[in-house]
Design a protein around this ligand. Structure first.
Ligand code: PMP
Length: 287
């Protein structure tokens, strides 16, 4: 079934939507994006996604496409027009269209595009089973704190992991895990401490990371924010990843090592539960 997408002021059937060949997102990856999850037709943690969008735009000197209120109204309209119950709302802003030049044109209008995609966000079968990951060299640029649409290195990493029989890739730089191909990475050590890399330009500051660490703190779980090595991950009690589209994803295999007897560990499983409850409460729904 054809979706209704949003492109620069218009809601259109996906086959009628057009973006300029000269759009700098297309020519230079000169754009940023956000993915907010949708549960029971409601956007989850969306204010924080919009705050990160504003930061990404600011770091690249791209004009904001509107106020937060205007953007939220369009997001809700796209969700409603597609009758989306559960899935994601994708939002992309690029610097806009201009004759091709490496300089960044100052007086052009940004392009904004939004679309929805159905996905399982809570109560998903793969969360009960867990996934496998493979560590892959991190070949990305040095501003991973900006959520740019330049995702080729992540796509290559995920494909390489997949080709090697794993579900996802964790990227490694200078001997330490940075993050997953499209998620933040965590291990649990043998004294039940959750370890995840500290925020810096080396990783994206995940919105789900923040929510999950808040939940872990509220529930008196131990947290250490520091880089960890692939060897630590292979020998961890548990591992998991977080992202808006897979809030907490248990990991049961790292490279050739099986973790927690091949089943989601208790801490990951607890966080899956806590996140689901928190997300449902935030939209006034019962678990
Ligand atoms: N790191 C990377 C590289 C990502 O692409 C993502 C998801 N887009 C994340 C982390 C997780 O961010 P969030 O929790 O905000 O979805």
């Amino acid at each position: 079934m054809s979706r209704i997408v949003y492109v620069n002021g218009e809601f259109l059937a996906e086959e009628d939507a057009k973006i300029s060949v000269f759009d700098r997102g297309f020519l230079f990856s000169d754009g940023v994006y956000e993915v907010s999850s949708v549960i029971r037709g409601k956007l989850i943690d969306n204010e924080r996604h919009l705050a990160r969008l504003a930061r990404s735009l600011g770091e690249l000197n791209i004009k904001a496409p509107g106020t937060d209120e205007e953007i939220i109204a369009i997001q809700k309209e796209v969700v409603a027009r597609n009758n989306l119950d559960e899935g994601m709302l994708y939002l992309q802003v690029t610097r806009g269209a201009a004759d091709r030049t490496f300089l960044q044109p100052k007086d052009i209008e940004p392009s904004m595009v939004m679309f929805t995609q159905e996905l399982c966000i809570i109560n998903c079968p793969d969360t009960d089973i867990g996934i496998s990951i493979k560590t892959i060299p991190d070949i990305r640029w040095q501003r991973r704190d900006i959520k740019t649409v330049s995702l080729l290195a992540q796509s290559m990493a995920k494909q390489a992991a997949n080709d090697a029989g794993a579900n996802d890739a964790w990227m490694v730089e200078d001997g330490f895990v940075t993050e997953g191909s499209s998620n933040n990475a965590y291990i649990v050590t043998d004294d039940n401490t959750i370890v995840t890399r500290n925020i810096s330009n080396s990783i994206l500051s995940g919105i789900t990371r923040r929510a999950v660490l808040e939940l872990a703190r509220q529930n008196n779980m131990k947290i250490e924010e520091r880089p960890f090595t692939p060897e630590e991950a292979e020998n961890a009690m548990e591992a998991f990843s977080t992202a808006a589209t897979h809030p907490v994803m248990p990991i049961v295999k790292v490279n050739d090592r099986i973790l927690s007897n091949g089943k989601p560990g208790p801490i990951a499983a607890k966080l899956v539960d806590l996140y689901r409850k928190m997300a449902l409460e935030s939209i006034g729904e019962a678990d």
